[in-house]
Design a binder for this molecule. Structure first.
Ligand code: FAD
Ligand code: SIN
Length: 539
């Protein structure tokens, strides 16, 4: 198969980019691959909203920039922060033009929410299902674009580079070229060679590497693992954000329901098992301190009291207002017997967001030519050591736009040069000889369980050198066993995802081992203080 522009992922980053390129280049074919159904993405589950300087009377670009920098704990790229905050407002206007609806006040102004680390009310939202609304609007908008094709149930396995033409490719190869991907079509069960002039990775996050996560099952870090295998640069993977308040349901493994931080923005209070509002002991911003601080405080309270959860108390909040802003949360709690007007909500931290990822420049370009990355799989420099709440949807739109601008420039300049000199007709088809259908699924499911447990136990909110070293040893074994299985077994999404998640686990642990300090989301009790040396860990 051949296409002009290949987009991997149908979340906010992939859809925004595809829409823009397709509109601007009507003679180019834009193909979107997504591994399950179109809207099953992290985007769909976003609750709180999109941060943007909307009310210039109280708010300003400077304040949003300052809040982002404080949250990032010294590691944000200030130029990138400025770009995202300043350009973000136009991107929000664009998505409104494409049909996204945000809640309004009775006077017609947009209703702005507040979340941890924000000094002002600046979060545009659609009730507590902002992501669902954005995904709906974007999928609707691309329907009217005849040169976009969305192929669902298509699992991308690997990026094609000159390695597949028989050339040696290492991290120090200066001009690694991306020619497209190998993708497993889950309907035909065949692995297709898909050639493209330009490829965008918009594959989202990797929360599934941990035992409990707010992320859906698709969030397995495929893009990061593929880019790493293709010898692309990967940055700051140790900064995994744990959301402080996922709904606690005993024994749950996998996706946990999120209780948005906006609930605390509207007055919700965290309490420990003794009923104490403990955040006052940890930070003067109390329940609205940045996420790393709140998640660590909860972790510490749970460890002190030997519990697996704390409480989010909303019983004092106005019921009508709560139901109006958070209807989905209200209904979910009620469905499991929690009436938020009478009962506190049991919550615990869960893996939520990957601040690092595929290293990109200010145009979304990766270290591999003709390969862009945008959205959660990318590391643009915006988040530093800790992402400010509701900045990721914004970042995804800004970098989808910037990657689109650069793509169009490339197309207009002609795609020849280095890329054109390769004999792409010699790229081989995927080879399946010598592999057999998986006989023992338990080998895959059990390894996944082991991976998630070891990451949660040893590479969670609080880390130590011993735990990280132990995690690395366990990962080595899982890696070895899984590679053997991969070589001998027919490709399946489950096996590929396991392999990708082991790679992502390795990248997180390796980066964490390299960081000899505690900063932002990376807290190692063997190095409790911040180093004077500001460094990004690039693998
Ligand atoms: P996604 O939306 O995750 O899309 C990834 C796409 O890639 C999917 O279509 C998937 O099928 C595809 N894909 C992945 N691997 C492959 C493969 N191998 N082959 C083919 N396709 C593949 N951020 C905010 O700013 N504000 C919020 O309020 C907010 N709330 C959140 C609440 C929850 C519960 C969660 C989980 C996240 C939240 N976030 C929020 C974070 C934000 O939603 C995500 O970072 C963002 O939506 C990611 O968008 P994306 O386009 O990068 O990826
Ligand atoms: C939330 O609504 O609490 C999540 C917001 C985010 O992750 O940015």
């Amino acid at each position: 198969m051949q296409t002009d522009i290949l987009v991997i992922g149908s979340g906010i980053a992939g859809l925004t980019y595809a829409l823009k390129v397709a509109k601007d280049c009507p003679d180019k074919k834009v193909t979107i691959f997504t591994k399950t159904i179109s809207d099953e993405t992290n985007t769909k589950y976003a609750q709180g909203g999109i941060a943007g300087v909307w009310n210039k009377e109280n708010d300003s670009f400077e304040k949003h920039i300052e809040d982002t920098l404080i949250s990032g704990d010294g590691l944000c790229n200030e130029g990138i922060v400025e770009i995202v905050v300043k350009e973000g407002v136009d991107r929000i206007r664009e998505i409104i033009k494409w049909g996204a609806r945000f809640d309004k006040e009775p006077d017609g102004d947009y209703a702005l929410g507040k979340e941890g680390g924000h000094s002002e009310f600046r979060v545009l939202h659609h009730k507590d299902i902002t992501g669902q609304e954005l995904e709906r609007a974007l999928l609707e908008a691309i329907k009217s674009q005849p040169n976009i094709e969305v192929i669902t149930h298509c699992f991308v396995v690997d990026i094609i580079t000159q390695h597949h033409l028989g050339y040696l490719v290492t991290k120090s190869t200066p001009d690694i070229e991306c020619f497209g991907v190998y993708a497993l079509n889950l309907r035909t069960k065949k692995i297709d060679k898909v050639l493209a002039s330009i490829t965008l990775l918009a594959t989202g996050g990797n929360g599934q590497v941990y035992r409990t996560t707010t992320n859906p099952a698709i969030a397995t870090g495929d893009g990061v693992a593929m880019a790493y295998r293709a010898k692309g640069r990967i940055e700051n993977m140790e900064f995994i954000q744990f959301h402080p308040t996922a709904l606690y349901e005993p024994g749950l493994r996998g996706q946990a329901f999120l209780i948005t931080e906006a609930v605390r923005g509207d007055g919700g209070i965290l309490r420990n098992s003794e009923g104490e509002a403990f955040m006052v002991r940890y930070d003067e911003r109390k329940d609205l301190a940045p996420r790393d601080i709140v998640a660590r405080a909860i972790d510490s309270e749970m460890k002190k009291t030997g519990t697996e959860q704390v409480w989010l108390d909303c019983t004092h909040m106005d019921k009508e207002k709560f139901v109006h802003h958070f209807p989905n949360i209200y209904d979910k709690c009620l469905s499991i017997g929690i009436d938020i007007t009478k009962n506190m909500i049991p919550v615990a931290p869960a893996a939520h967001y990957s601040c690092g990822g595929i290293k990109t420049d200010e145009w979304g370009r990766t270290s591999i030519n003709h390969l862009y990355a945008a959205g959660e799989c990318a590391s643009t420099g915006l988040h530093g050591a800790n992402r400010l709440a509701s900045n990721s949807l914004l970042e995804a739109m800004v970098f989808a736009h910037r990657a689109y601008m650069d793509t169009v420039k490339k197309i207009n300049n002609g795609l020849n040069g280095e890329w054109g000199r390769w004999n792409r007709q010699f790229i081989p088809d995927w080879r399946t000889e010598g592999t057999t259908a998986p006989k023992e699924m338990i080998l895959i499911t059990q390894s996944l369980k082991e991976l998630q447990l070891l990451m949660s136990d040893y590479v969670g909110i609080v880390r130590t050198n011993t735990r990280l070293e132990r995690a690395m040893r366990r990962l080595d074994l899982l890696h070895e066993e899984t590679e053997e299985l991969y070589k001998a077994t027919e490709i399946s999404p489950q096996l590929c995802q396991l392999r990708n998640m082991i790679t992502v686990g390795y990248l997180i642990v390796k980066s964490a081992i390299f960081r000899h300090e505690s900063r932002g989301l990376h807290y190692n009790t063997d190095y409790p203080v911040k180093s004077d040396l500001l460094q990004n860990i690039v693998l």
